[in-house]
Design a protein around this ligand. Sequence first.
Ligand SMILES: [Zn+2]
Length: 224
Amino acid sequence: MSELNLVLLGPPGSGKGTQGERLQEDFRLPYWATGDILRAAVRDGTELGQQAKEYMDRGDLVPDDVMVGVIAERISTTEAADGFILDGFPRTLPQAEALDGELDRLGRGLTAALLIDVPDDELVRRLSGRRTCVKAGHVFHVDFDPPKHEGICDIDGSRLIVRDDDKPEVIRNRLETYHEKTEPLIAHYDERGILRRIDGARTPDEVSDRIRATLATLRMEEEL
Ligand SMILES: [Zn+2]
């Protein structure tokens, strides 16, 4: 079977993490969220891992070239022989270009960039429904996981509040930042013909089915 080298894209609240985990199970591919891959490189003590650690210890962002190097290290292992799923990187166009270059060098290429697309209004609805208990931080959701009594934590009976991060205007700002950074990235993958848009406004099961169907089609096209 051919390689499945995937990048997952999607706004906060799109269910991207859930879909990544399902893809990992379905296709037996390593699923790398940016934070995890960095922590693994640091733990394994690779040269790039040590470089990354210096930035992280200072509280600085790890530069793109180091990040791409860390990813390339992992892609070169047997773990990723059949492919990989990247989540959280690239986030910007320069990062995407750096990743393309590194994959070229390795004689690999992306099979697809899967964009889980959800309208902003739906994302705001999903994200602003979170309610957090003041005492211990237990989390509920008015639609998906409501408490038994409105405004009261099931576990310890304390008051539930909307945290600042979960306020609609704060969420809209986050989404605006996401769009600004991600649109050029989406255009880049679209131009290369590997962008696949998935309707993420559906249920998680429906979204999974769409992704599976999309990947099956890609593989069929490849075999033709
Ligand atoms: Zn609680």
